[in-house]
Design a protein around this ligand. Structure first.
Ligand code: XMP
Length: 336
């Protein structure tokens, strides 16, 4: 049985030994608990020789890039670069409706942006040396940090989960395996609850440690039909209200994952004596142990009432809220 403090101590020593005096490491962070804990651990071990990169793909949650920047860079002191590539992603997604197509575009664009960023970081170190020849010689970036957990390791060597064969799951780790860098995976022997315990010990705020998962392709797989800036805004606003009300009702930790899906249909409604012809959203909330199967969550009716009322009043362009009562199977957690 591992205690989190001895794990941290041993892992920091191991990372220092692997990286040596000069070795530099790069890693993508998403705002999720795994990549944040891995990044903080790496920062504790080698300080500014670790570079974290957050790619804003234009389909993150509302204020996500700012919040991750604040938490990792300002609160935890991690050396973080936020790359705003939202125009590039949204341009590539323009007019695309097919779910697998959306996933592929986001995955491929992500790798390109990340590789370019790694090259920029190296070029910057060389330039610094040119202008200050007596300065520190920084090693090349040789290592890639990944927040792989034990269940990911098991899944990739022994079997593919049912949904992996149904949709191409993209997570930052899986995609970056194709890069030429050597991997460092400090969490690869841990389960999620152990990572959360580590996170708490490393000073990562509680609201982040207990966060619901968020898929790599982001809101693009929660917007049915084409992804536009307007649709992203609607999806973000509705999502913020949904999660806010779940938190206020004290239900966040009972639910494994909750989000809003923007449907590609319009319905007639009436608001302030006026006819409206606006979009419909659906709420999705599930309870699950392992995300292979999931049950839809039974909300107290008054919570649903508040959520519906706030979304239709506060999100322009939406006049109906529905609730998804499908389990997995036959549904999947996400709609795309
Ligand atoms: P499904 O929809 O397959 O989702 O039942 C199961 C869990 O996986 C998440 N998910 C993803 N996570 N990249 C990710 O990092 C992906 O491409 C992806 N697709 C689905 C989903 O949010 C749920 O937690």
């Amino acid at each position: 049985c591992r205690s989190p403090d001895t794990f941290i101590e041993k892992e920091i020593a191991r990372i220092r030994q692997i990286c040596g005096e000069k070795g530099r490491v790069i890693g993508a962070v998403s705002g999720g608990v795994d990549s944040s804990v891995a990044a903080k651990l790496m920062h504790e071990a080698i300080g500014d020789r670790f570079h974290a990169v957050l790619v804003d793909n234009g389909v993150l949650r509302e204020n996500e890039a700012k919040q991750v920047h604040k938490m990792l860079s300002e609160d935890l002191g991690v050396n973080l670069t936020v790359v705003d590539a939202s125009d590039r992603f949204l341009a590539k997604l323009e007019g695309v409706e097919d779910p697998e197509q959306k996933r592929k575009i986001i995955g491929n664009t992500f790798i390109h942006v990340f590789e370019e960023e790694a090259a920029k970081i190296e070029a910057m170190a060389e330039k610094e040396l040119e202008t200050n020849p007596g300065g520190e010689v920084k090693g090349k970036i040789e290592w890639l940090l990944q927040g792989t957990l034990y269940p990911d390791v098991i899944e990739s060597i022994s079997f593919k989960g049912p949904s992996a064969t149904i949709k191409t799951h993209h997570n930052v780790g899986g995609l970056l395996k194709d890069m030429k860098l050597k991997l460092i995976e400090p969490l690869r022997e841990l389960f999620k609850d152990e990572v959360r315990a580590l996170g708490r010990l490393l000073g990562i705020p509680a609201h982040l440690v207990g966060r619901h998962p968020f898929p790599g392709p982001g809101l693009a797989i929660r917007i049915l039909g084409p992804v536009t800036r307007d649709q992203v805004k609607i999806a973000q606003k509705a999502d913020t209200i949904f999660i806010d009300e779940i938190r206020k009702a004290g239900l966040y930790d009972q639910i494994s994952q909750a989000f809003v899906v923007l449907l590609p249909v319009k319905a007639v409604g009436v608001q302030g004596d006026k006819r409206t012809y606006d979009q419909v959203v659906t709420l999705r909330a599930v309870q699950t142990e392992d995300f292979m199967t999931a049950d839809w969550y039974v909300f107290p009716p008054e919570v649903l009432r508040r959520i519906s009322s706030r979304i239709t009043n506060e999100v322009a362009g939406v006049n109906r809220v529905t609730y998804d009562i499908s389990s997995k199977p036959p549904g999947t957690v996400e709609w795309l």
